[in-house]
Design a protein around this ligand. Structure first.
Ligand code: KDG
Length: 337
């Protein structure tokens, strides 16, 4: 079986339309997000069998969130309703020199409150080939951290490969008030693939990595990560250069345990529509390459093209299919046939 399991929180995103500020906006556009759910939707759109494990509020908002995932082809049979609310995030898009902003309102969510031992990992992982997790879940509190660690340990024991996206959210860790290092270290120790930048690795290893090196500290991060994490085979991430608030350039790099490094040229992304979920689109693209047994080089290019296309789609989900990504890769992206 080639099934992927994604574990994490479903969030509702409430975005001020166009360039309105949150403090002025009379209406908010709602969509569903959550880093791991975004990966699940991407993978479903790319044609994979993918299931979500989560807990949502036992109300219409929870049902709506689950319905959105199902609509895009994600298996939601392992998403259950529990006590607590839906986590929210408010988004204000930037304009000119004003950067975009995210406000979380998610404390006490049904997912954060769910008991760590309420998941039957051996059963959930049966027949699964990849587990995808991120650094958001362990930042939610003791239950989230314990659940993420239990999932990763069970996966390793069952021979299920693990993809972990660092997704460091300093505001969540600050709110919880614990040292993230031992928790993230434990999770990364189980991972086969890390989607992580210099900061993710520096935090997990409680060290400093100079981001001003020519490569943003990535080679150093990869060297430290391969030395610290015994199961790690690949570390990849996107690199963003901000030319302007709505014009970025995006490239990607992948380090393999065997010492090889692959880096890509950059895509120029002028007139960005929505960049939220870039990392999730990239992680899904990498998993797609691994599931399809592409070479690392082909997989990295696919993942970067997927991440680039995300900038064209409003909302958190990267609603593009494999053909559109292939078209971009073969230079046919701007043709209509
Ligand atoms: O990667 C996109 C996520 O940042 C967004 O969906 C919200 O999951 C989210 C989070 O916790 O930041």
């Amino acid at each position: 079986s080639r099934k992927v399991l994604c574990f994490g929180e479903l969030l509702l995103r409430l975005a001020a339309p166009a360039s309105e500020r949150l403090l002025q906006s009379p209406r908010l556009d709602i969509c569903v997000g959550g880093a791991e759910a975004n990966v699940a939707v991407s993978l479903a759109r790319l044609g994979h069998e993918v299931a979500m494990v989560s807990v949502v509020a036992d109300n219409a908002l929870g049902q709506a969130a689950v319905g959105e995932l199902r609509r895009h082809g994600v298996d939601t049979r392992s998403v259950r309703a529990g006590a607590g609310r839906m986590g929210l995030y408010f988004l204000e898009a930037g304009a000119i020199q004003r950067p975009s902003r995210v406000l979380y309102d998610r404390a006490g969510s049904a997912f954060a409150r769910a008991d760590a031992d309420s998941y039957d990992w051996p059963a959930l992982l049966d027949g699964v080939s990849w587990l995808h997790l991120s650094g958001v879940t362990p930042a939610l509190g003791a239950s989230g951290a314990a659940a993420a660690i239990a999932a990763a340990r069970a996966a390793r024991q069952a021979g299920v490969r693990i993809c972990f996206d660092g997704n460091f959210r300093s505001s969540l860790w600050q709110e919880w008030g614990v040292d993230p290092a031992p928790i993230l270290h434990e999770l990364m120790s189980q991972a086969d693939v890390l989607v992580a930048d210099h900061r993710d690795i520096a935090v997990a290893l409680a060290t400093q990595i100079d981001p001003h090196a020519a490569d943003g500290g990535l080679a150093k991060a990869a060297e430290l990560a391969f030395a610290a994490f015994p199961n790690l085979q690949r570390l990849a991430c996107t690199q963003r250069q901000q030319r302007n608030v709505d014009h970025h350039a995006l490239s990607a790099v992948l380090f393999h345990r065997d010492g090889s490094t692959i880096s890509t040229p950059a895509y120029e992304l002028p007139s960005i529509v929505d960049r939220i979920g870039t990392g999730d689109a990239f992680a899904a693209g990498l998993l797609h390459g691994l599931l399809r047994e592409m070479s690392d080089e082909a997989g990295l290019h696919f993942a970067l093209a997927a991440a680039s296309l995300k900038h064209s789609v409003p909302g958190d989900f990267n609603l593009v299919d494999a053909q559109e990504i292939e078209d971009l890769l073969s230079g046919n992206g701007f043709h209509v046939r």
